[in-house]
Design a binder for this molecule. Sequence first.
Ligand SMILES: NC(=O)c1ccc[n+]([C@@H]2O[C@H](COP(=O)([O-])OP(=O)(O)OC[C@H]3O[C@@H](n4cnc5c(N)ncnc54)[C@H](O)[C@@H]3O)[C@@H](O)[C@H]2O)c1
Length: 249
Amino acid sequence: MDLTGKTSLVTGAAGGIGLATARLLARTGAFVVATDVDERGLAALAAELGASVTTVTGDVSSPDDVRRMVGAAVTERGRLDIAVANAGIIPLSTVVETSPEDWDRVMAVDGRGMFLTCKYAIEIMLGHGGGAIVCVSSISGVAGQHGQAAYGPAKFVATGLTKHLAVEWAAHGIRVNAVAPGTIRTARVKELGDEPGGREYLATMAAAHPLGRLGEPEEVAEAIVFLASPAASFITGAVLPVDGGYLAR
Ligand SMILES: NC(=O)c1ccc[n+]([C@@H]2O[C@H](COP(=O)([O-])OP(=O)(O)OC[C@H]3O[C@@H](n4cnc5c(N)ncnc54)[C@H](O)[C@@H]3O)[C@@H](O)[C@H]2O)c1
């Protein structure tokens, strides 16, 4: 994959899947606007990637912050070719345990944040003939799960935006796709192993994926960068499971 000359934006780039994606985009030659609420994480990434990255600290649920993130691509490179709408929080609770405030919070970050990232990215992409957007959904944005009464519906926003925006903007050269990761071994998921009942939970989750293990952030990044690249030039509106076969059952 050679993305030399492309300008990309990754939200939630300080950790997990976003960090792996920012690293892979830089390795393939793209310039990366890395954004997150985690300023220290972004500073570490900037030190690692050097001139191939610029960072913007901000919250994806804030329209002003997302405009600043997208604006940085224009300031630095005059264009935005690739946007990865990845930032998200993962609260797990049943509908009885979920308060109205919990619902609003996850919808603000995972729902509205993804909407704002797509909206302001598309406004820029329209000015130079197109681009590619990848939304990070989840198996929970495709199929029902236990204990994900607010998070699951928020991930359906990512899946829904992908399909609707793909149709809305195809004629303008903008492709919109999504990945639907299964359970991925990010730092937070690894920590679960040290919590009471965590080892058993992770073993159950691994067994639920037909490949018999959890995924790695780098495996999701590979799929994201493929969908964002010219290798996927005839793919739009797709939701690609990166789930070890979870959704195939
Ligand atoms: N880890 C999994 O098993 C898994 C599975 C399916 C989908 N996903 C999705 O992948 C995406 C990334 O999750 P992850 O697992 O890498 O999590 P993570 O917590 O490791 O990384 C998420 C990043 O987003 C940032 N972030 C959180 N709220 C933000 C906000 N309001 N504005 C800007 N940045 C914010 C965090 O600081 C963090 O750096 C999420 O959309 C999540 O729903 C994760």
